[in-house]
Design a protein. Structure first.
Length: 693
């Protein structure tokens, strides 16, 4: 196909089309015009040549491409360049070629000898993968993606410790808006993702584009308003910090997901894409984590009692958290010495592991292998393994280890390999509890990844949970090497359920560690009913984060019933899609997991604050098909007291029978929920028994 450049010279265009389910992408280039993404959105059968015809604004450089895939200032690009390094002022030349049935790559060559390869490939339905690799002279490298021409609003993901993935919806505007400088984890206020869409996009309406960088290190995320109209997203990284393939720097991939069906459509796209990424599915286990139940108070008799109580509740994995090793009595000492505390475990961990396994549970263990305390045998033996200066500001009283030193990496990997050689250990909770700004310009993430990979090679069957003071390692790079993500240290449902909804834009429910925490949140001080905490926890990778020996008999019965429910629905729940159900009351949040066959669902309706109206509006439910039975599998007795009269169906074993059309148009009548309470709703095929799953 032929076209015309800005100066009127005829030029032969090359087009490449990539289709990923409902999403389509067209790339165009010629000898005079560098490759550019001309279209990213709905599938187009014909090349959109008309989109290349544009006016030439006065006073601007007549650039041959409005939105180059690899921006080059020498060709008129005025924004962040794709390459920042020596001799960047001279123009690059390019050659596009197929890289398989569903992939294309462009090789850029600079007169100075540098070579850059940019790739675009279909990753999964609705998803494309953007890759970039460059020669050793690069300083900073940049992924560049044009945003859809109708994009008017964006979601960004900020937050803090115990408040991760806080969604902010703002008009799309130019300017740098996100920087992560946490080192070998993503900053809690800078999850590496963005969603843009047409004006007014909602949970089920509007075309949306999601972008996600598979990286738990430093980056700059910039949105620029192009001077010729529209917006572009650019994600730049220091070439010294990324992966290497020989002498080449390899950027982490940027994933582009598109859906015409709003945020829930995007959730389906990314959740299924994440499932393709992982090395193997997570083991389905309800687990108890000891941290908020005991903190550093490790008493073997108490732990044995906790294990017995956990087994009685149906727990399947017992995870011994921080405090079991070395000199560890508090968070000021012991990190780096991964052998059992002699005062608490004079015979090692074997007796506790054997007791846990005798009770029918697996045993898991907390580690933080990338860190060291000054008060530790490791620091005393190898002070030179610390990253940065000895007098640096500390986080949680600890230093980061310089895993870029081969001897340091070999030591830590060897200690972990020895630890997990005991096959009684079925899982590790792998933590990373401080930012490492001292690592700027150092390959911290590749070094941490190498450590993950060595442990995985030593024990391919080992489950690893990614934790970094909560959700600092929740990206797709972490997911590719782990089976579970600890999304946040906050269990408060008012914080946690919206986090799950936000994280569902990028990851599926089965990787979201979701625990029943204490009645009074240790992070917020707020009190939540057991049913509300349980109704939230049952939607993800369920667990407990409390001392079960402190529960009253009625509370134990409630937890046991919730665990039983989770196990019953888990086969479809962990293959389903976590979606958000809009409701007119802003103080009410409804999040559910919907089976792939659309015949089953489990929905948590959380009353976060007092109702804004006297009668709560029904909850309309999409994403299901057929005639369904609607039941309440676990009813909080306080719901009955929420109003003089509640909808009678909530107490009926058979519940309601509603068609998908009725559920969409009318919805499920909701009871009046007191603040801090939740309603769990189960949908299954009409006539099905709850025991059918």
């Amino acid at each position: 196909m032929s076209g015309t450049t800005g100066d009127g010279v005829a030029d032969s265009l090359s087009w490449r089309r990539l289709d990923a389910g409902e999403a389509g992408l067209w790339l165009a280039w010629s000898d005079l015009a560098p490759p550019q993404i001309v279209h990213l959105g709905a599938v187009l059968e014909e090349a959109p040549a008309a989109l290349l015809q544009r006016p030439e604004p006065a006073s601007l450089v007549a650039a041959p491409a409005a939105m180059p895939l690899f921006p080059d200032p020498a060709l008129g690009w005025a924004g962040v360049p794709g390459w920042q390094g020596p001799a960047a002022a001279r123009p690059w030349r390019w050659q596009g070629r197929d890289a398989g049935a569903d992939a294309v790559e462009v090789i850029y060559r600079h007169p100075g000898g540098a070579v850059v390869t940019v790739g675009l490939a279909v990753f999964a339905p609705g998803l494309f993968e953007l890759s970039l690799r460059a020669g050793p002279a690069a300083g900073r490298l940049c992924h560049t993606v044009p945003l859809p021409p109708d994009a008017a609003e964006q979601l960004t993901f900020g937050g803090r410790w115990a408040g991760e993935l806080a969604v902010r919806r703002v008009p799309l505007a130019g300017g740098g808006f996100r920087t992560s400088r946490a080192g070998a984890r993503a900053a809690h206020d800078a999850f590496p993702g963005q969603v843009v869409g047409e004006a007014g996009f909602g949970e089920d309406t509007g075309a949306v584009l999601g972008l996600h960088l598979a990286w738990f290190g430093n980056y700059d995320w910039h949105v620029a308003e192009r001077r010729d109209g529209g917006f572009v997203a650019q994600v730049s990284l220091d070439a010294a910090e990324v992966d290497r393939d020989g002498d080449d720097a390899v950027l982490p991939p940027l994933y582009l997901g598109w859906s015409p069906d709003g945020l829930n459509g995007l959730r389906r796209v990314f959740q299924d894409g994440a499932r393709r990424l992982r090395s193997r599915p997570p083991a389905a286990r309800v687990q108890l984590n000891t941290w908020e139940g005991i903190y550093f108070d490790h008493d073997p008799d108490r732990l044995a009692a906790i294990a017995e109580a956990a087994a009685d509740l149906g727990v399947e994995r017992f995870v011994l958290d921080d405090g079991w090793f070395g000199r560890r009595r508090d968070d000021r000492r012991g990190l780096g010495d991964w052998t059992p505390r002699p005062d608490a475990y004079p015979d090692g961990l074997g007796p506790l592991m054997d007791r846990v396994r005798h009770l029918g549970m697996e045993f898991g263990l907390w580690v933080e292998p990338e860190m060291v305390n000054r008060d530790s045998a490791l620091f005393e033996a190898h002070p030179g393994w610390v990253l940065g200066e000895p007098d640096q500001p500390l986080g949680r009283h600890q230093f980061a280890l310089d895993l870029g030193q081969p001897a340091c990496l070999d030591h830590v990997a060897g200690v972990l390999e020895t630890l997990v050689a005991d096959r009684r250990i079925a899982a590790l909770k792998w933590d990373m509890n401080r930012d490492v700004p001292q690592g700027a310009g150092r390959p911290l993430v590749p070094a941490a990844t190498a450590l993950f990979d060595r442990v995985r090679a030593a024990r391919p069957d080992l489950d690893i949970e990614a934790c970094a003071s909560g959700g600092g390692r929740a990206d797709w790079r972490a997911l590719s090497r782990t089976q579970r993500v600890w999304l946040s240290d906050a269990h408060d449902p008012d914080l946690r359920l919206p986090m799950m909804a936000a994280y569902g834009l990028f990851a599926p429910p089965e990787v979201m560690g979701s625990h029943i925490g204490p009645e009074v949140s240790h992070q917020t001080g707020r009190r939540w009913s057991l049913h509300a905490r349980a109704a939230m926890a049952v939607l993800g990778s369920m667990g407990l984060e409390l001392d079960p020996t402190t529960l009253a008999a009625a509370q134990r019965d409630t937890v046991r019933a919730c665990v039983t429910l989770h196990k019953r629905v888990r086969p479809w729940l962990h293959d389903g899609h976590l979606l958000v159900l809009p409701h007119p009351d802003p103080a009410l949040t409804a999040v559910g997991v919907f089976a792939r066959d659309r015949c089953r669902a489990l929905v948590c309706v959380l009353r976060r604050a007092p109702a804004t109206s006297a009668v709560t509006a029904p909850l309309r439910i999409r994403h299901v098909s057929g005639t369904l039975q609607v039941r309440v599998p676990l009813l909080d007795p306080a719901v009955r007291r929420g109003a003089p009269a509640q909808p009678p169906w909530i107490d009926m074993p058979e519940g309601l029978r509603l068609t998908d059309a009725e559920l969409r148009a009318v919805g499920v009548p909701l009871p009046a929920l007191p603040p801090g309470r939740a309603l769990l709703i189960e949908l299954c095929p009409a006539g099905a028994s709850p025991s059918d799953g």
